[in-house]
Design a binder for this molecule. Structure first.
Ligand code: AQP
Length: 343
């Protein structure tokens, strides 16, 4: 069956948005609006899989919506909403909880990383997170999902859930008159030089909202001075930049900063090395700071303006939820028939 080319992606309102969220996801949302129906979601139900103060959650939800718009997502052309407004996400997630296998979920590395040694004491929601993510995507029969590299395994699970649903319910899908591939096998869009931005303090750790060190990340709302200081203090080895891209191998911090420069300037790492190969950090870090400020400052100022007008942001989220729920309910109506729920 030919599915409408449709993009879905979500960001958790679980802390301060950072450069990794921007380069790995949000920046890439913008051009997709020219080729796809786009649905961009603030996944507040995902956020509460770990404790969120309610006031912080509301603030962060508006901040993520503001970041989408400030980065160039058009709320008229695309659908922007927060997940909890469309109850069908939870409904489909339950069906998928009954499709996904414990073994599949137990292999999710993000759960293992987040739960750490504390796995008996984390929420059941954190364990079931990938099943809700599959519901987010498949509720809209999204064909493509732009995400950072850390979400690759969850996307594979989404594909497994779609395939198992189509297979387990094949007879009912046929009986109800639907095409056999009821849910699409969604493609991840993971590309470019910035699929995994690393911490500025430790090149082996992902830049993350939940890292306790503020120095580990550049937040989208950091001012120019703070951005420059964080880049200046970023951990690096003492060697100058290599003369070739291959020379970045085994130099995690150098590779990360070159990747950030490449992504911010829409170049490849090879272009950046052609310009800065052989130069020292005293030359490269100020150039990177200047570039980061040039790209991020206009986004931060637009975000601040939008966040201040909570009525307008909430209206965007409500409008998106109204439009999104039409698609969501159409899918759920069919799913209820396929599964055998009486209404
Ligand atoms: N470091 C990163 N580099 C590239 N992309 C990244 N993403 C996250 N970190 C990086 C991408 O941003 C999108 C939104 O992520 P999320 O909010 O759903 O959760 P996450 O992946 O768990 O991100 P964080 O920032 O690390 O949050 P916490 O600390 O709360 O877990 C996704 O597309 C993700 O790939």
């Amino acid at each position: 069956m030919a599915f409408t080319p449709r993009v879905f992606s979500g960001i958790q309102p679980s802390g301060d948005l950072h450069l990794g969220n921007y380069l790995g996801a949000i920046r890439r949302f913008v051009p997709l609006q020219d080729t796809h129906d786009c649905i961009y979601c603030v996944v507040d139900m995902h956020a509460i899989t770990v404790w969120q103060d309610p006031d912080d959650l509301r603030r962060a939800t508006r901040e993520v919506a503001a970041a989408f718009i400030a980065a160039g997502v058009d709320p008229k052309r695309s659908i922007i909403f927060n997940q909890s407004q469309i109850v069908q996400h939870a409904e489909l997630a339950w069906v998928f909880n009954c499709i996904a296998r414990m073994g599949w979920m137990s292999r999710m590395t993000q759960f293992k990383d987040k739960a750490g040694k504390n796995s008996e004491n984390v929420s059941l929601g954190l364990f079931a997170y990938p099943s809700l993510m599959a519901a987010d995507i498949l509720l809209y029969k999204a064909t493509h999902v732009p995400v950072g590299d850390d979400q690759k395994q969850h996307l594979e699970l989404t594909r497994d859930i779609a395939a198992k649903f189509n297979n387990d319910y094949a007879a009912s899908i046929a009986k109800e008159g639907f095409e056999p591939d009821f849910f699409p096998i969604t493609e991840p869009l993971i590309a470019g030089p910035a699929t995994r931005i690393m911490s500025l303090r430790d090149g082996t750790k992902k830049m993350s909202k939940s890292d306790p060190s503020d120095q580990s990340r550049i937040s989208l709302l950091d001012d120019a001075d703070t951005i420059a200081k964080k880049i200046k203090r970023a951990t690096t080895d003492p060697e100058p930049l290599p003369e070739t891209v291959e020379g970045l191998k085994g130099r995690a911090e150098a590779d990360n900063l070159v990747g950030i420069y490449a992504a911010l300037s829409d170049k490849t790492k090879a272009d950046v090395i052609a310009e800065y190969g052989g130069k020292g950090w005293g030359t490269f870090k100020p150039a990177l700071a200047e570039l980061a400020v040039a790209v991020l400052a206009p986004i931060a100022s637009e975000m601040r303006r939008l966040i201040d007008d909570t009525t307008a942001i909430d209206a965007v989220l409500r409008d998106g939820a109204e439009r999104g729920s039409v698609i969501a309910e159409a899918t759920m109506k069919d799913v209820r028939r396929i599964v055998g729920f009486i209404r």
